[in-house]
Design a protein around this ligand. Structure first.
Ligand code: SF4
Length: 340
């Protein structure tokens, strides 16, 4: 690809503080080096909310840019370099299915409170805001679950089954106390007894990038390299999380690596761009490896070419604008999360 760095830098200088470029950690270094702020979903949502920039360019996927639009004012405009970069996990929670499920489960208890992972559409967040629930990220999911359970309510967690199950386990719930709502099956594939008796309900969506980490690979590492440490993201299946040495959000993984004693060999189960960046950053002190190569193709759709194009032409089709009524309700659950 031709080097576009000089052109991008010149446009950034020209716009100054009127422009904010946000870059998710799963982006390639060639894109991330142009970001004013790098972060995980929570950090970038906070930065968008605090920004006064006229234009925000979000190098990430669609639900993140939607959240940025919801958290900013009507005078600010959010763009994506690649308008088609979506998230298959977010797409697994369709608002019509979610509302149908909500009506169904409320026949078996009026003590549910929804909690939606930020990796979800604005319409699903609006549903959550309307119903009095909160959004969460992988960093603060435990805090949000605690907030719900301390009110004597039962969390209806969506769309990520694995983050839901792992957070429930961290909170002390047993597997038998957590039911999975299979969104492709009638009534979620659950009996009335299961819905009445469970203490938490999780939607059966998942992230294909984090679902690939396996028990076999962990077993192989334990055999070949018993001193090595393994840390995985909580979007990985619960069996994998439980056999690992640690689990945590992107920021927590970064802190784990940063504080590891010199000479430690660490295998990381998350998106590979992040792992490779950490491997390069700590090369002189640690050995950092991917648990398995796993790249998010949607994150990889943003590149320096489409970043430059959006900065030069500001095409309307790259604007992410959530309808005002949806944004107002979605904001309720995002604000609730940011205040917890
Ligand atoms: S890594 Fe997974 S959750 Fe994140 S954007 Fe890609 S598919 Fe969605």
């Amino acid at each position: 690809m031709p080097d576009t760095s000089h052109e991008i830098d010149a446009i950034r200088r020209e716009w100054g503080t009127r422009l904010l470029i946000l870059g998710h950690y799963y982006q390639d270094d060639s894109v991330l080096c142009h970001a004013d702020v790098r972060g995980d979903s929570l950090e970038l949502a906070r930065q968008a909310a605090a920004s006064t920039a006229e234009r925000i360019v979000f190098c990430g996927v669609h639900f993140m840019a939607e959240s940025a639009d919801i958290l900013t004012t009507a005078k600010q405009t959010v763009y994506m370099p690649e308008a088609g970069a979506g998230c298959p996990m977010a797409d697994m929670a369709d608002i019509t299915q979610v509302e149908k499920a909500w009506a169904h489960i409320r026949k078996y208890g009026d003590d549910w409170l929804p909690v939606v992972y930020v990796n979800s559409s604005a319409r699903v967040k609006a549903f959550c805001g309307r119903a009095g629930g909160s959004a969460c990220t992988s960093s603060n999911a435990p805090r949000v679950i605690k907030w719900i359970m301390e009110q004597g309510k039962r969390p209806f967690f969506l769309p990520d089954r694995h983050l839901g199950e792992n957070t429930a386990h961290d909170h002390g719930l047993t597997d038998a106390e957590v039911a999975v709502y299979e969104f492709r099956e009638p009534d979620g594939g659950l009996t009335p007894e299961a819905l009445r008796n469970c203490r938490m309900l999780v939607w059966s969506g998942f992230c294909p990038i984090h679902a690939v980490f396996s028990l076999e690979r962990i077993g192989q590492i334990r055999e070949e390299n018993p001193q090595a440490k393994i840390i995985v993201h909580p979007e990985a299946p619960k069996e994998v999380v439980r056999l690992s040495d640690a689990h945590g959000s992107t920021s927590q993984i970064m802190r784990y690596v940063e504080s590891a004693p010199a000479g430690t060999h660490i295998f990381i189960g998350t998106e590979s761009h992040l792992v490779r960046r950490l491997a390069a950053q700590y090369r002189s002190r640690l050995t950092v490896d991917v648990l398995r190569t796993s790249i998010c193709p949607n994150m990889a759709r943003t590149n320096t070419q489409n970043l430059l194009k959006v900065l030069k032409d500001w095409p309307d089709r790259n604007i992410v604008r959530v309808p005002a009524a949806v944004a107002a309700e979605a904001r309720l659950c995002l604000d609730r999360m940011l205040s917890l």
